[in-house]
Design a protein around this ligand. Structure first.
Ligand SMILES: Nc1nc2c(c(=O)[nH]1)N[C@H]1C(S)=C(S)[C@@H](COP(=O)(O)OP(=O)(O)OC[C@H]3O[C@@H](n4cnc5c(=O)[nH]c(N)nc54)[C@H](O)[C@@H]3O)O[C@H]1N2
Ligand SMILES: Nc1nc2c(c(=O)[nH]1)N[C@H]1C(S)=C(S)[C@@H](COP(=O)(O)OP(=O)(O)OC[C@H]3O[C@@H](n4cnc5c(=O)[nH]c(N)nc54)[C@H](O)[C@@H]3O)O[C@H]1N2
Ligand code: SF4
Ligand SMILES: [Mo]
Length: 588
């Protein structure tokens, strides 16, 4: 019997959510035959939820995209071609549009499903070489409020605690998160700690499995979290539960935040939120009095007209009580997508550059221009268009070409009729996906087949800053290629071959990791080989013998703000307003 047909178990990472569980992919005769939890992975210790257990059917499916395809006009027939041929047509049309209308007439709409190497490659191509910052991610719909919340409060993105803190916390405040259904392994770890006596609070309008499993359910009316959180801060202040020493020495902005909270006694918040005042009091006292308290949240906080303020209000509670940078404490946003974190760190939103840098900051641009071997001024100082504005700009003709990768905006963007109209108006729509047809790929001029999760190597980072490797276990079907390689081939056709000459995902990773040295999200001590050997590594992971412990950020309470202090934000509740999508589409 040859080695190739013996069953193999490949150590890899789950592609379904930001919890980041380790999996063992079982392979026989070149096919994925099963998936199980990796017993030695620190996130899940052999456990999984149900989602990955059907992966072999998702991978080995009749609707996988197999060949590059092209049509000149949208009502033409998509014809299969070679990579050279189809990418030649795509890059030819991109070049013509840029020559006539400038680089900002082109845009990339990417995804938290991509691997870190894919993210890095597309950002380098667009922001560095094509000269447009129009690269935004479906993470805009998901966790961009957390990016803004952390950056506003601490001067940098990055979730401070780790999952290890879940086993040390005495109180959990879960707001706008159905953790039991959507991040089940984190929920099982919270339940383990609850069984040891920790107090679990859940603020959710619905009686979800998370809410019913909590010790205290705050059935807040949708959109009224700011009054609720203000009232909690009010109680903490009124009852002398503020960590005065921490607030005085390590924070700024307390008096303004306190003044707003002063206006929100629990009885007033109760009227607005529909939560009994005594429950607000209890939640505040439990959170403030516990030895360690964690705040966890996801879409009920992030997907809101005041999503950033909700993030800041949750962080305010941690700052007022000194619940940060120590065991069992801190604000931990639960990222939805498997590699939304890697996306943030590689600069995968329209205002960002790799290594938690910003396009608007001259020294950040200069650092990345040098890293990419580009002349000064090559990177535009203007942030690109965020996702919703991007589709508006396609609809009005400002953006003429869009390359959509690993996301299905015709289903997942708000107001899908508007997204359809935008894509129908575009001169060039490229869809790079593991499957075809999808709702979005059916509107494409070019369909580019991508290798899926078990068919490629690359890194993902989970909600607790843990980097792990997705490993190639089987060959991709047909002509499908890893996403980073498709970008590298396109770059070569555009004349940038020397700068995209990587021969493996490990080389792409090394190039990215090098530009994070000294940053908050320091990956510079990580390589694919190290990840293979150690299984997973949390950042900060500098290439130094005695780097900081990655277990939690800010253990010395020095924050990357100009004065080293964390910032409170006043968060006056604002009236909620109806969104455009409810006015214009019956359903989305
Ligand atoms: N099974 C499954 N799991 C998934 C995913 C999936 O598609 N399927 N997707 C992954 C992704 S990308 C994401 S982003 C996560 C999403 O994970 P979650 O954020 O946990 O899920 P949601 O159901 O979007 O929203 C969470 C809760 O917010 C509540 N909510 C709505 N409005 C408000 C409000 O104004 N205030 C408060 N306090 N709560 C409110 C809702 O009732 C809901 O229970 O799940 C990840 N996991
Ligand atoms: N109505 C409504 N809309 C929502 C939400 C909601 O709760 N309700 N949630 C929002 C949130 S939080 C999110 S995160 C978004 C998610 O929205 P989408 O990103 O549209 O969600 P998915 O269905 O996960 O789409 C992922 C696409 O990537 C493709 N794919 C998977 N792996 C690969 C790969 O390796 N390479 C390539 N190139 N393609 C791949 C899949 O085939 C699929 O087409 O939706 C948002 N929109
Ligand atoms: S909790 Fe998330 S990462 Fe873990 S097995 Fe389930 S889908 Fe995968
Ligand atoms: Mo998401």
């Amino acid at each position: 019997m040859s080695a190739a047909i013996e069953p193999q178990s490949v150590r890899t990472q789950c592609p379904y959510c930001g919890v980041g569980c380790g999996l063992l992919a079982e392979v026989q005769d070149g096919r994925l035959t099963g998936v199980r939890g990796d017993p030695i992975h620190p996130v899940n210790r052999g456990r999984t939820c149900r989602k990955p257990l059907e992966l072999m059917h998702a991978v080995d499916s009749p609707d996988r995209a197999l060949a590059p395809m092209w049509r000149d006009v949208r009502d033409g027939r998509l014809e299969p071609g070679t990579w050279d041929d189809v990418l030649g047509r795509v890059t030819g049309r991109l070049r013509a549009i840029i020559d006539e209308h400038g680089p900002d007439a082109v845009a990339f709409y990417i995804s938290g499903q991509l691997l870190t190497e894919d993210y890095y490659a597309v950002n380098k191509l667009a922001k560095g070489f094509l000269g447009t910052n129009n690269v935004d991610s479906n993470s805009r719909l998901c966790m961009s409020s957390a990016v803004a919340g952390y950056t506003g409060a601490f001067g940098s993105d990055g979730p401070p605690p780790s999952y290890a803190d879940l086993a040390l916390a005495d109180c959990f405040l879960l707001l706008g998160t159905n953790t039991a259904a959507c991040h089940p392994i984190v929920w099982s770890r919270i339940r383990d700690r609850q069984a040891e006596g920790a107090f679990v609070i859940c603020a959710d309008p619905r009686a979800t499995p998370t809410a019913t499993g909590a010790d205290l359910h705050l059935p807040v009316r949708p959109g009224t979290d700011l009054p609720l959180l203000s009232a909690m801060l009010h109680v903490i202040d009124r009852d002398g539960l503020v960590d005065d020493d921490f607030v005085a020495r390590r924070t700024s902005g307390w008096e303004q935040a306190r003044a707003v909270a002063h206006d929100w006694p629990p009885w007033r918040a109760a009227e607005v939120c529909g939560v009994p005042a005594e429950d607000i009091e209890l939640a505040a006292r439990k959170f403030a009095a516990a030895g360690g308290s964690m705040a966890l949240w996801s879409m009920g906080a992030n997907q809101s007209t005041v999503g950033t303020l909700k993030n800041r209000a949750l962080i305010n509670l941690c700052l007022a009580t000194g619940q940060i940078g120590r065991p069992g404490a801190g604000p931990l946003s639960l990222t939805g997508q498997p590699n939304a974190m890697g996306g943030r760190e590689t600069g995968g939103l329209a205002q960002l550059l790799p290594g938690y840098r910003k396009v608007e900051v001259a020294e950040d641009r200069a650092a990345i221009e040098a890293h990419w071997g580009l002349p000064a001024g090559a990177i535009s100082p203007t942030p690109g268009l965020p996702a919703v504005d991007l589709f508006d700009a396609i609809a009005d003709g400002t953006v003429k070409a869009v390359w959509i990768i690993a996301t299905n905006p015709l289903v997942s963007m708000p107001d899908n009729a508007r997204v359809r109209a935008a894509l129908e108006a575009a001169d060039l729509v490229v869809v790079q996906d593991a499957y075809h047809p999808t709702e979005t790929s059916s509107l494409a001029h070019a369909v580019l087949p991508a290798a899926a999760w078990p068919e490629k190597d690359g890194a993902m980072t989970n909600s607790e800053r843990r980097i792990a490797l997705v490993r190639r276990a089987v060959a991709p079907p047909g002509d499908a290629l890893p996403d980073w390689e498709i970008f590298a081939r396109a770059a070569r056709q555009l004349g940038y071959g020397d700068d995209f000459a990587w021969t493996s995902a490990a080389e792409v990773f090394d190039e990215f990791a090098a530009c994070t040295a000294g940053r908050v999200c320091d990956y510079s001590g990580v390589t694919h080989d190290r990840l293979r050997m150690e299984g997973s590594v949390q950042w900060p992971a500098p290439d130094l013998p005695d780097g900081p412990s990655p277990e939690r950020l800010y253990p010395t309470h020095v924050f990357p703000t100009p004065d080293g202090r964390a910032r409170f934000a006043p968060h006056p509740p604002t009236p909620t307003r109806p969104t455009r999508s409810t006015a214009t589409t019956p359903c989305c």
